[in-house]
Design a protein around this ligand. Structure first.
Ligand SMILES: [Zn+2]
Length: 259
């Protein structure tokens, strides 16, 4: 569906605000990956809507029994349908547009709630993954990340080669604190930023929800791209009601015309 004139007009306005900003950042969520075939957790068609929410005490049961967590994880029957849809997904036009905005020098950092690695696959370099990355493991003591591929699992639970702490999936579980290093980096980026674009997320879950508010409180610009109304819409300078895969490439084109 091509974008109509009033939507393109709003994208042009967003482009001018981005061009005149000093430190432009982005916050993305599940909506950015829907066009790659990744199902959201919540809402219509959501995985949790269909299969039920994961246990709220997930992290506590990991802490109580890290070996059991790993045995369960390595059991092929425990492999979820979510895992299947993740492994087949490829970056879409929206992901590629974010990478291009970074290459063009506009986008300073990209904060995502997604764990699917698609921003990195698309070529974005400065990515902060609030909820972790599906391809990585993380030491719960020192926060060092390791590629899953090739990590030594000969003893369970596996231990961190740097500090001896227990290693788990980098993906943040229910009840697990957001890793302190990522949390601090996200807050620092928001405090530095005078323009944030929020794409494909209703930004209701902390800490993501606080980031556009930090920029807004300091007088910065907030731009939203989301086909659906969100709680954020009322504080936004520009709201574009379109999908990431349609609106983001149009934003890149609009910025090229301004250059
Ligand atoms: Zn460690």
């Amino acid at each position: 569906m091509p974008l109509d004139y009033s939507t393109l007009d709003l994208i042009g306005k967003a482009a001018r605000l981005i061009k005149s900003s000093r430190y432009f950042i982005a916050l993305t969520g599940a909506g950015v990956s829907v066009e790659s075939g990744i199902r959201p957790f919540r809402g219509p068609g959501g995985l949790w809507t269909e299969f039920g929410e994961p246990p709220m005490d997930g992290y506590r049961s990991f802490e109580d029994n890290p070996r059991g967590y790993w045995e369960n994880k390595l059991n092929p029957e425990g492999r979820s349908r979510f895992g299947d849809s993740l492994s087949e997904a490829k970056p879409n036009a929206g992901h590629l547009a974010f990478a291009e905005l970074e290459t063009m020098g506009f986008l300073k950092s990209l904060i995502t709630q997604n764990i699917d690695d698609l921003h990195i696959e698309a070529g974005s370099n400065n990515v902060l993954e609030i909820h972790g990355n599906k391809l990585k493991l993380r030491c719960v003591r020192c926060n060092t990340r390791f590629p899953k591929e090739g990590f030594n699992l000969s003893t369970l639970p596996p231990k961190c080669p740097k500090c001896g702490g227990v290693v788990k999936d980098d993906i943040v579980m229910f009840g697990e604190p957001i890793p302190s290093d990522v949390l601090a980096a996200c807050q620092a980026e928001a405090e530095r930023s005078d323009c944030i674009i929020v794409v494909g997320t209703s930004a209701v879950v902390y800490p993501a929800a606080s980031l556009p508010l930090i920029v807004n409180d300091r007088g910065g610009v907030v731009i939203e791209i989301n086909p659906l109304e969100s709680d954020l819409s009322s504080i936004c300078d520009v709201v574009v009601r379109a999908s990431s895969g349609e609106a983001m490439p149009a934003l890149v084109e609009a910025l090229k015309r301004l250059a």
